[in-house]
Design a protein around this ligand. Structure first.
Ligand code: ADP
Ligand code: MG
Length: 246
């Protein structure tokens, strides 16, 4: 039996008076590669923040490893990769090494002494995303796709069980998007890292995902990828959002 990492039971959330999520239930098991789809404004980023522990739901229950979550603070075992940050345009002073090392800060606090030399840990994380040769380069000098690989390495350095990615390919050139998703699939299959991916590129990532959830304030579909494929094209198009599809 696969372990259930995360269960959302009847979660609702409102910003002030504005309802963003309405009675969401969702389960993620170890090893799943879940694509979360939905039009702009449907609550995808809000849902990720609740999963990460950054927002407290207005009502409902978050269950982690079969235990109801009592605290809402950043969850160490979940790695987070956001949309490409505009802060990292050319001229940003940090090196790739510094960006990846910054993923360790919390762990240093937890364990006081690291199990390995920091350079060894950074090298291993960069190696896993194919970016070791870029270690001493400035992050701002890299392409969008290379930067996102570095941010994956930054998340990997704290050995997450799950990666949560919020439209991570937005700043990546079209021809490099497939390679980026191939990397996620490799981490999912070879390292067993569970993936929760918010995306509009369902066709590109399609061969890698195991599950699909369609969100528009509430969940309208949540199931295996092949069940999603059996829906009519018209029904599926509703969930791709604004991007790519004609
Ligand atoms: P998505 O990621 O699917 O585009 P969001 O989760 O960002 O959707 O937003 C869901 C809804 O909540 C939208 O109506 C959005 O305008 C609103 N919203 C998002 N963030 C905030 C915020 N910080 N304050 C108020 N309303 C917000
Ligand atoms: Mg969003």
């Amino acid at each position: 039996m696969k372990q259930t990492l995360l269960q959302l039971n009847d979660i609702s959330f409102a910003y002030e008076q504005r309802k963003a999520l309405d009675h969401i239930s969702l389960q993620v098991n170890e090893g799943d590669f879940l694509a979360l789809l939905g039009p702009n404004g449907s609550g995808k980023s809000t849902l990720l923040k609740i999963i990460l522990g950054l927002l407290k739901p207005t009502s409902g229950e978050v269950v982690l490893f079969d235990e109801p979550a009592k605290q809402f603070k950043h969850r160490e075992w979940i790695g987070y990769v956001s949309q490409k940050s505009n802060a990292f345009n050319s001229g940003f002073p940090a090196t790739v090494f510094e960006v990846v090392r910054s993923g360790l800060t919390k762990k240093v606090g937890l364990f006081k002494r690291l199990p390995k030399n920091v350079h060894t840990l950074v090298d291993e994380a960069l190696e896993a995303v194919g970016m070791l040769a870029f270690k001493s380069r400035s992050i701002g000098a890299l392409s969008g796709g290379q930067q996102q690989r570095v941010f994956i390495a930054r998340a990997l350095i704290s050995e997450p069980k799950m990666l949560v990615l919020d439209e991570p390919t937005v700043g990546i050139d079209h021809e490099n998007v497939q390679a980026f998703y191939d990397l996620l699939a490799h981490l999912n299959q070879q390292r067993g890292i569970t993936m929760l991916l918010v995306t509009h590129d369902v066709d590109v990532v399609s061969s890698h995902i195991t599950h699909v959830a369609c969100l528009n304030q509430t969940i309208h579909f949540h199931g295996y990828k092949n069940e999603f494929d059996e829906m009519s094209q018209e029904a599926r198009d509703v969930w791709y959002g604004h991007a790519v599809r004609k």
